[in-house]
Unconditional design. Sequence first.
Lengths: 407, 311
Amino acid sequence: MKVHEYQAKELMAARGIAVPNGQVAMTVDEAVAAVRPLIEQSGNPVVVVKSQIHAGGRGKGRFREHPDVGGVSVVTDGIEGGPEAAEERVRELADAMLGSTLVTVQTGPEGKTVNRLYIEQGISIERELYVSVVLDRATSHNVVMASAEGGTEIEVVAEETPEKILRTEIDPAFGLLDFQAADLAAGLGLSGDAARNGVRFLQALTQAAVDLDSDLVEINPLVVTTDGGVMALDGKMSFDPNALFRHPNIAALQDVTEEDAAELEASAAGLSFIKLDGEIGCMVNGAGLAMATMDIIKYVGGDPANFLDVGGGADAEQIATAFTIITKDPNVKGIFVNIFGGIMRCDTIATGIVSAVTEVGLEVPLVVRLEGTNVELGKQILDESELAVVSASDMKDGAEKILELAK
Amino acid sequence: MSVLVGKHTRVLIQGLGRTGSFHTDKAIAFGTGMVGAVHPSKAGTTARFNGATDHSGVPGRADTYDVELPIFRSVGEAVSATGANASVVYVPPPFAADAIMEAATAGVPLVVCITEGIPVADMVVVKRFLEGRQTRLVGPNCPGVITPAECKIGIMPGYIHQPGRIGVVSRSGTLTYEAVHQLTQAGLGQTTAIGIGGDPVNGTNFVDCLDLFNDDPATDGVIMIGEIGGTAEEDAAEWISAHMTKPVAGFIAGTTAPPGKRMGHAGAIISGGKGTAAAKIAALTGVGVTMAQTPTDMGSAMVQALGASHS
């Protein structure tokens, strides 16, 4: 589960990780009101207005409605004009940004609506670094990755100059040891106060990643300030959804406006659904089989409209919900149900399909492939329903049939 | 012959709730040697399972079963009393990691964890805990392990299996059933089918299973089913190239999955160009694995791989 930058920074600050002072704003007035206290606290007349969306590349992103405004704007008007000038400029920016569509390399061409801004104090930056904490699946340990090449696309650094990325494995029994943190700080070229602050930052950050069940923490840039401070100028955190049960405060941070409505509805019903761009709706049991079903649709020349795993123990009601979610997508020109019933019984699936179709109607062709437990009973239920269901003998046959019918 | 489980396996159930009870019943009907359960709130009582076996009418096999399993407070007590040499974990996600570590501490040599949705951080700790111990963990988030006609530990439908000569190892549950079904239809059958699970941190990996099948005289070939995310398939390719003496067929799910999206299995996510289906297919093809183009062709890919190895 992703959270906004300002939420990540609040979580970090609560754990002693240095971040700039800032204030979230949902309205123009809130944005303006944040300016003066920040300037007074920090003594720095510069403030930064940052769009809060769940996508990267905000700095270089532009608003569709206001192509001259970037997703992150540094307001320097306060240097000469004082707090009033800064407030005036923040008002203009907030007015343009809130409710507008920010398009970045990560949002896709459709962009994302900005509903929240983060107003942050300006920082006197000496150097920009990079640090992240992520699971290394090969060793089943978390690793800290750090680089002196901050502020840029880290993927490019990793690709072109992998030697510039430092990597330290964390033993889950001991955490990031003092000497490991010191080695990282030295490797980043930190010395004096900055080295001491860097060690403290890295140890607090890695411990936070473990304690909060974060599956990704990425600080880019991590900045060294002119007075030797080390702080997170940007902060990205995401969390293991399976661990949210023990972090109700983090679960409460979810911004539903950032999530796809259908995906939320599916998740509430205990289904795993991801919307895609194609025209063949899929309903499958099991994640691997669901991915393989998308693959085979593509293989025979079609495009899947979704990934949908109803899981191993879905009941007829969940099947009906799944069916309703698929049929809501206007792009869907045909539906392929592919079930290998193990624990899931084919008659349960069939009953769910019949009740869903009876309830919401069916305007597109439906191909069903059933295999496994109670398959004959399942087929019988579909036959007796007199619904226009086409049976398939295996996955490939089903994919070919639905593609033909959806033309 | 087979790997991991067989007639000798004496299985303990950890977590005898609704799901655990349901599958315990199915396992006994299959003929698995279930010996007891661990469920602290029901300790000291017993659980009774009875019904028709999966083998009614098969000469030499019982038509019905009536089994009363003792329930224990802890794994240690259960092992002392029953001599269990395997356990299956159905404990809910918040408590599953602890259950695995308890079984390992009691010296259970094989722990199969079915539970889906265990926090990754918990599994990182479990993995570290198991270092240097004799316990092998299969899973979590997997269908389990089955040796046809001998032992079924997990949630897979028993009746699609058939004793035979092919080892199956897979990250995906239902795709395992798909492969098993095709092998049964092709008359090849299975020695043992192992679901290693779809989570990013799991106990037993592809290489462990390939190694076991390579050493099993009854196994003539192996089907391995992978999916996007991680580098387990690439590691397997490297191992196959250096050590595997038997033909291998394979399939990778997730060719069309968009990057950055979590496809049900926590493991199935492509990030930063790593772990793509194309990279995995290339690595496996490069070491002589016969790749099925579609999941419908897994059985025929195995037949083809067996044929090629004889010519």
